[in-house]
Design a protein around this ligand. Structure first.
Ligand SMILES: C[S@@+](CC[C@H](N)C(=O)[O-])C[C@H]1O[C@@H](n2cnc3c(N)ncnc32)[C@H](O)[C@@H]1O
Length: 195
């Protein structure tokens, strides 16, 4: 078995794990009513770009190895580091879903009876789920030895991240006022003490 095949197999495990974790929360979250939303055309475009980079392009590469001309032979170290990043991403992804519970939504929604979660994994970071997505994008770059399929996750999710956190934080500030402002003042976005 080549390192490319092992990397692709590990990426498939990551994608399936991501789907399994998300599926049960998505089903449960559907029952919680939406009180306010900051969705719109810009959010739809951001989500489509992210899905293309994190799901569609790597999925096509995993199934067909397209585009072959942009592939290279990876080292064992690259694939091992990719597996570590993937494991970190899945653990953090699960923890953040569990912490948000019925407050979770795939996009920018405030639920009825929405509570601001500020404990556990959310006590030091405001966007730990997005940190899990960054780890997932790094894992994809390491596990898929192809310049398009590997790097598309960083570009796709990076676009969503940098264009979404502003609107998301404005929505949270509108919904929670001083409680959110105090929370924002004592926490980082994704890297404690840095950003
Ligand atoms: C895809 S989740 C991402 C959550 C967060 N940005 C993160 O990276 O962990 C987006 C939804 O989570 C909700 N949300 C974000 N931070 C929250 C918090 N601290 N407490 C409760 N709900 C939150 C918002 O209502 C938003 O619609």
């Amino acid at each position: 078995m080549s390192w490319t095949s092992i990397g692709v197999a590990a990426w498939v495990v990551l994608a399936v794990g991501w789907y399994v974790i998300r599926f049960s929360f998505a089903r449960r979250a559907k029952r919680a009513r939406v009180a306010a939303s900051a969705r719109g055309t810009a959010e739809t475009v951001r989500m489509a770009v992210s899905l293309t980079g994190l799901g569609i392009l790597p999925g096509i590469f995993a199934a067909t190895r397209w585009p072959r001309s942009l592939s290279y032979e990876p080292s064992a170290l690259q694939i091992v580091l990719g597996c570590i990043a993937a494991a970190f991403a899945l653990v953090l992804f699960r923890l953040t879903h569990k912490a948000l519970g019925k407050m979770w939504s795939v996009s920018l929604d405030i639920r009825e009876d929405h509570k601001l979660v500020t404990s556990g994994i959310y006590s030091r970071l405001r966007h730990p789920m997005y940190l899990a997505f960054w780890a997932m994008a790094v894992a994809q770059a390491l596990l898929l030895p192809n310049w398009l399929a590997g790097l598309s996750g960083l570009v796709g999710f990076g676009t969503l991240f940098f264009l979404r956190i502003g609107p998301e934080e404005r929505m949270m500030e509108e919904a929670f006022g001083d409680e959110f402002r105090a929370y924002r003042a004592r926490t980082a976005r994704i890297i404690p003490g840095i950003y």
